[in-house]
Design a protein around this ligand. Sequence first.
Ligand code: ASP
Length: 351
Amino acid sequence: MKKILIVATGGTIASSAGSHGLTPTLTGEELVGYVPQVRDLCNFEIVQAMNIDSTNMQPNDWLRIADTIMAAYDDFDGFVILHGTDTMAYTAAALSYLIQDSPKPIVLTGSQQPMSNPFTDAKLNLYQSLLYACQDDSSDVSVVFDGRVIVGTRAHKQRTMSFNAFTSVNYPLPAIIRNDRVIRESHMGMSIEKDNPPRKESHLHSILRPRRPRVYHELDDHVVVLRLTPGLGPEVLDALFAEFDAVILEVFGIGGIPETDDAHFEKAILGWTSVGKYVVMTTQVSEEGLDLGVYEVGSTYLNRPRILLGGDMTTEALVAKTMWVLGQSNDPRKAAQLFYQPINHDRASDD
Ligand code: ASP
């Protein structure tokens, strides 16, 4: 039987009703007690890293979770993190950068309803996360939620109430899970009654893969996201200037940044990059990504040092990746090289 470390951090899954609303109270031990079937899946140990609403999750907490995993890495076959859904996509992305190319699966899950709710989604999410973490073919960081496996850098919380809370942005699901059967992407469309043998290429990949991941410990959390809206002027960039090392600009459409008498963004943007700060461009449209080369209102920003292009990445992954990149280097060439290198499928590799 595989040995899995369950890292409990709080979230709705662990919550009960307090006088001011839901708040995490249940421990990891108590949560697993609700799903006795997991004892047939694997051997496990539980560590309570924290017990918080993920609204309060900070970059330092990402580092603590990564440290918890790495301290136990050699002793376990996989890791399941019980986490609030609200910032799960950020944590999944952050762990993808902090623990890269992990041959062992690191799975995040949570629920839309508390474990103690009679109609909860927590039981199946916990069970299926452990099931996925026990599979020989599983590796790297992913979110398992509502029967879907989403690559850790591609998850986005799309719904506040429904059980299918997460979508995978600009990237296919590597697997789905029906009851207690994991159906890999290569087998989707085939009858789920058929057996699901491991893919040959996965075996090869796992043989060629280093046995330990690359691990990082530094993040620069002075990163802010700014969504452009009609009427917003570049003064907002000046107001953010002192506090942040990088701004992630969610621009219009495939790549539009206003340039009018009232909104002279170019000067403000180049003001950031000329003093060693970074501007990361992404789109506020939820699917298909950025291409600044299409319109004149974007093309000014192509091939500029310290202006980084988000391509088809999610904003959550851009936040975590920018923090990771700037935690490693402020040299514009090195930063660009780290930024554009695809990690855990976070961006299409042809940018
Ligand atoms: N506020 C909760 C959290 O993110 C929501 C959830 O877990 O579904 O911790």
